[in-house]
Design a protein around this ligand. Structure first.
Ligand code: ATP
Ligand code: MG
Length: 423
C-alpha cells in the first residue's frame, strides 16, 4: 500500500537538504558572533499561549492553528506551534531566566505549523530560524538584530533582499492613530472585504495588512502612523534608522506595514525579495515590549525576528555544495568470503579514526562493486581479494586520477589515514 504525504507537508530530500544544512550552519555562526544562545522549545503548547499572545483576531489564531483536545485533560486544548516567539517568552518566564540576567539573546530553529493554502513558498509545516533579544528596550537592540540578519543574508550569498521598516508606536500613541484610522475606514466600510469589516472595530490596523486588492486600494489613502508617534517612539525609531545608515544597511520606510500579530509595538520590519512572487517576505519581526508581562513575567521589553527557511532556500536555489560529508573517502571492494570477513572490521577501525568508509555486504561482482564506488563518488577504492589477502596486500585506486598502487594490509589504516588527510 502506497501512502502519500499530506498536502502542505514536504520532505526535504538529500540533494536539497545540503542547502538547509548550509543555511543552518551559517545561522549558528552568525548567532554566535552576536552572542546568542540556542533555545529549544516544544512543538506543542497550550492553545491559550498563542491565542493570548498573537491576538484573537489574527489570521493565525482565527483559522490557521492545528488545535486538538488534550487526551489527558479533556477540558484543555493543545496547539502545534504556529510561530516561535510565544514559546520562547513562555520559557523565559517559566524558567525565570530574567532572575539571573534579564538580558537574553536567544535563537531557535525548527518547524512551525499553520493551516494555510499551500502554494509556492507557503506550506503547512514550514521551518523558521528566529532570534529574540529580551530585556532590552534600546534602539541599539533593534538595529543589532537587523544587522545580524543582513550579515546572515550576505553570508549565505543571498542578494537582492530589501528591508522595509515601520514603527507601530506604543500603548501611549497608538490609540490616537487607531481612532483616526477607524474614522477613515468607517467612511469606506461598505467597500472593505467581509473579513476587514468584521475585524475593523477590534483591530483596525489589521485592515492595512489585508491582501484583498480592493482593501489595498482603499487603504492606500489611509492616514499614516508616522504622524502620530509620540516623542519617545519617534526618537527610538530615528535612532534605529541612524544606526542602520551608519552601518551601511539600506532600508525603505513602509508606514503600511503593520505585521499580522498583535504583540508588536514600535519597530517592525520585513525583508522581502521580488523573486518570491506574492509570498515575498523572507524574514520579518519587530518589537514586543508588552509580551513578557502579558505572559506573566516582569515588565521586560523584547524584539525579535523569524525567517522562513523554505523561502530562503528557494532564493538560494540548489547549489553545488562541498558534499564531502556524503562522499565516502574509501570504498572497500572485497572479492571472496575471506576478503569480506576482513573488510567489515577493517572498515569499522577506519571509521573510528574519523574516515568515512562504504562497502557492500552482498558480494556482488567486482565490476558491480566498482560501479557503485563510482556512483557514490568514493575518493579511493581498496580492492581486496582472497588471493591478495593471503599475500597480505590489496590494490588501492585513486578514483580522481585513476592511479593504482599495491599496498600492504599490515598498517593499512595508517596508510589510508595519511593519504586521506593529506588531501
Ligand atoms: P506572510 O505575509 O508571507 O504570510 P507572515 O507575516 O505570516 O508572512 P511571519 O509570521 O512573520 O510571516 O513569519 C516569518 C516568516 O516565516 C515569513 O516571512 C516567511 O518567510 C515564513 N513563513 C510564514 N508563513 C509561512 C508558510 N506558511 N510557509 C512557509 N513560510 C512561511
Ligand atoms: Mg501569513
Amino acid at each position: 500500500m502506497k501512502i502519500s504525504s499530506i498536502k502542505g507537508f514536504a520532505d526535504i530530500l538529500p540533494g536539497e537538504v545540503e542547502t538547509w544544512q548550509f543555511v543552518e550552519q551559517k545561522a549558528r555562526e552568525v548567532f554566535a558572533l552576536y552572542n546568542f544562545s540556542e533555545i529549544r522549545i516544544p512543538i506543542v503548547e497550550k492553545t491559550e499561549l498563542f491565542s493570548r499572545s498573537l491576538g484573537e483576531t489574527t489570521d493565525i489564531v482565527e483559522k490557521e492553528m492545528y488545535t486538538f483536545p488534550d487526551q489527558d485533560a479533556k477540558e484543555s486544548l493543545l496547539t502545534l506551534r504556529p510561530e516561535g516567539t510565544a514559546g520562547v517568552v513562555r520559557a523565559y518566564v517559566e524558567a525565570e531566566l530574567y532572575k539571573v540576567e534579564p538580558v537574553r539573546k536567544l535563537y531557535y530553529l525548527g518547524p512551525m505549523f499553520r493551516r494555510e493554502r499551500p502554494q509556492k513558498g507557503r506550506l503547512r509545516q514550514f521551518y523558521q530560524i528566529g532570534g529574540e533579544i529580551l530585556g532590552r528596550a534600546d534602539a541599539y537592540a533593534d538595529a543589532e538584530l537587523l544587522l545580524l540578519l543582513g550579515e546572515f543574508f550576505s553570508n549565505v550569498g543571498l542578494d537582492g533582499a530589501a528591508l522595509e521598516l515601520n514603527s507601530l508606536g506604543c500603548v501611549r500613541c497608538r490609540p490616537a492613530y487607531r481612532k483616526e484610522l477607524l474614522a477613515f475606514l468607517a467612511q469606506q466600510e461598505n467597500k472593505l472585504c467581509g473579513n476587514c469589516r468584521r475585524r475593523m472595530e477590534r483591530n483596525p490596523l489589521r485592515v492595512l495588512d489585508c491582501k484583498e486588492e480592493s482593501c489595498v486600494a482603499i487603504t492606500a489613502g489611509a492616514p499614516s502612523i508616522q504622524g502620530f508617534l509620540c516623542q519617545d517612539c519617534r526618537e527610538h525609531f530615528e535612532t534605529v534608522q541612524k544606526l542602520l545608515r551608519e552601518t551601511g544597511v539600506d532600508y525603505k520606510l513602509n508606514p503600511r506595514m503593520v505585521r499580522g500579530l498583535d504583540y508588536y509595538c514600535r519597530t517592525t520590519f520585513e525583508w522581502t525579495s521580488d523573486r518570491l512572487g506574492s509570498q515575498n517576505a523572507v524574514a520579518a519581526g519587530g518589537r514586543y515590549d508588552g509580551l513578557v508581562e502579558d505572559l506573566g513575567g516582569p515588565p521586560t521589553p523584547g524584539v525579535g525576528f523569524a525567517m522562513g527557511m523554505e523561502r530562503l532556500v528557494l532564493l538560494l536555489g540548489t547549489r553545488e555544495f562541498d558534499a564531502d560529508g556524503a562522499r565516502p573517502s574509501v570504498y572497500f571492494v572485497s572479492v571472496g568470503d575471506g576478503a569480506r570477513a576482513w573488510a567489515f572490521p577493517a572498515a569499522h577501525k577506519l571509521r573510528r579514526r574519523g574516515i568515512s568508509v562504504e562497502m557492500d555486504g552482498e558480494q556482488k561482482s567486482l565490476k558491480s562493486q566498482m560501479r557503485r564506488a563510482d556512483k557514490v563518488r568514493a575518493r579511493y577504492v581498496l580492492i581486496v581479494g582472497d588471493d591478495e589477502l593471503a599475500k597480505g596486500t590489496a590494490v588501492l585506486r585513486n578514483m580522481d586520477n585513476k592511479e593504482q598502487v599495491e599496498v600492504r594490509l599490515d598498517g593499512i589504516d595508517e596508510a589510508l589515514a595519511e593519504r586521506i588527510n593529506a588531501k
